[in-house]
Design a protein around this ligand. Sequence first.
Ligand code: NAD
Length: 455
Amino acid sequence: MKTQLKKWLIGANKTVRDTLAQFEKNKKGILFVVDKEGRLLGSVTDGDIRRAILQGKSVRLSVRIVANPNPYSLRKKYQPLDTSTLQFLNDNNIMYVPIIDENRRIIDILSLHGQIPQKIQTNGQSKNNRVLVTGGAGYIGSVLVRLLLQRNYRVRVFDSLLYGDSSIRDLYGKKKFEHYIGDTRNIVSIREAMENIDTVVHLGEIVGDPACSLDREYTVSVNYGGTQNVLFTAKNMGIKRFIYTSSCSVYGFGEKKFHEESIPHPLSLYARTKLECERLILSDTIKNFYPTVLRLGTVFGWSFRPRFDLVANFFCLSAVNKKKIILQSGKQWRPFIHVQDVARAIIKTIETPISTLDREIFNVGVDSLNVQLNELGHIISQEFDGIPIETESTNDDKRSYQVDFSKIKKKLNFHSTITLKEGIQDLKSHLEKGEAKDILPFSSNLQVLLKEEKE
Ligand SMILES: NC(=O)c1ccc[n+]([C@@H]2O[C@H](COP(=O)([O-])OP(=O)(O)OC[C@H]3O[C@@H](n4cnc5c(N)ncnc54)[C@H](O)[C@@H]3O)[C@@H](O)[C@H]2O)c1
């Protein structure tokens, strides 16, 4: 490897402390995270490190936890950059771009200093950068909005704040951030929130099998009725991009790997509402409207609104509080994906040219994270000093599905980057610092809705 290039790179096995030391050598304020083969996995700026340290993250953590896993890069034979690309890079304060070969190995770093014409530098915002996120205060939404802000998007959250607003409160008053408190079932407030918006990411629903079973009528009114409103209003207002987060739980149960064309077998009301919404969204043939359905795997990892009703997070919490993990059978398959990777996949979809997205469904995840729950239990047990795993004889969980993720990799060039082990280590460090204590009462959708029903 050329010495020049070496100073731009930091190995994925390095810590935040190692990264600080490397910044001393590089003096450019940015490093690119690579695996052993030199393949690009992310970028990290001195600002990312400062923020992580201010948030109390340990300098012993892996650099990948603080890195941006989706940096802008160019392929080996890139064309000279056109004005709109330069505009985009300028808007996003990107001054150094790694050039990668067909295996994502970094072969050079392109410096944009002196390349951005004055006209562009003062041109203001690029197009398509105003994003409405329904459910933006939720588990996925609160991670997504921060990533969007980091990438210089204007972000508007629309949320009924079922689980409070502590996940986004620190964003109030920030430039480029707005929030509307509202319910998707109210078409007037949805309409107001969609003024001057280019892209809608629709996350705001009742989420999870237990929470959806609590009051079936309410669930259908929010998940189907609310989605219908959001969809109808977006089309009516001429918004072109519409991203709907469905779920791999629509596959239900099966022995073979499911791909996007497989016949779904939803086993719960939650999964059925997701499938019905997909059909509603994709059945529309109106011109100049480009909806995309993302079927997310089973999400895990720390968020600004942590959810401990998700299996991997729940096992980690149980490891801390009960010093054991309890499995039901353990043979069920799930396709895991870290919440940060979900946010990246959504952004990747927003940034993919509209002409290549043709009312499509993408499974979102990575094949290597199709894991049986007993394997998940073992990974977590190892991270928590070998705590015991107990297996119950009953099994209420009939879902089991492995999923094929080749389409999103091929068509959107999306690779999820955070492994189960890394995500669990990060979650563990948050739990051990006691960060979940105040928010635990809001961290299970079912428990919050149950409480509201009783009151
Ligand atoms: N977390 C997962 O494992 C997972 C997996 C697959 C798909 N998804 C999908 O991703 C999306 C987000 O999931 P999440 O895990 O962030 O859930 P979440 O429950 O943490 O967040 C949902 C957010 O939507 C808001 N909301 C609910 N009803 C609303 C309404 N009527 N109007 C406005 N806002 C409303 C809630 O207040 C909450 O902030 C959902 O559509 C879910 O089906 C999640």
